[in-house]
Structure formats: C-alpha cells, structure tokens
Design a protein. Structure first.
Length: 102
C-alpha cells in the first residue's frame, strides 16, 4: 500500500467538490473536475475560498434539509411504493425521487 502525501500548502477549506454526487473529485481552476472532467454545474469563479459556498442544487438543498429533520420526522416518513425506488412521499402525495403517486 502506498502512502498518500499531501502538499503543505493545500487548503481543504478552499476546495470545491464535483457537482456529480457519485464522483470523488474536486474542481480545478479551469472549472472542471480533476477526477472525471465534468464541468462544474454551480457558480464557479475559480477563486473559491472557505467562506464562499458554491450554490447548491435543489436536490442538495432537499438532502441538507432532510439531514436536519428530527428523529420524529424520520419515523413519520412514508416510503415510495415502488420497491426499486429510494424516495419518500412528499406533502403533495408523490414520491420526491421518482414522482409516482402514493
């Protein structure tokens, strides 16, 4: 197994993660992912700092708000009836992931 060596000047707070949630890469100064090459989908100035947060997609905002939900809300959720779907039923009676009605 090889040892991973980080540069001393590498600033973890300034990195911008790839907008593809299945990718582990970070965005380079050219606005593309260093790992997969995908162009960043948010606002990217090339001068990101730890105090500047990239814009979150609607899906990321939903996930973030779901992460902060209380345990009580977690217990009250209704899972999508489609067993191949990972979604939950929203207030409109439709799955938030695939859109199928309850």
């Amino acid at each position: 197994m090889s040892e991973i060596i980080f540069e001393n000047d590498e600033d973890w707070e300034k990195r911008v993660l790839c907008s593809d949630e299945s990718c582990i890469g970070t965005i380079g100064p050219d606005g593309t992912c260093r790992e997969c090459g995908k162009v960043y989908e948010g606002k990217f100035t090339g001068q990101q700092t730890g105090s500047v947060q990239p814009e979150m997609s609607e899906e990321q905002q939903t996930v973030q708000s779901a992460d902060t939900a209380s345990d009580e809300d977690w217990e009250k959720r209704i899972l999508c009836g489609d067993e191949s779907c990972i979604g939950v039923i929203g207030s409109d009676g439709k799955c938030r992931e695939c859109g199928k009605p309850l």
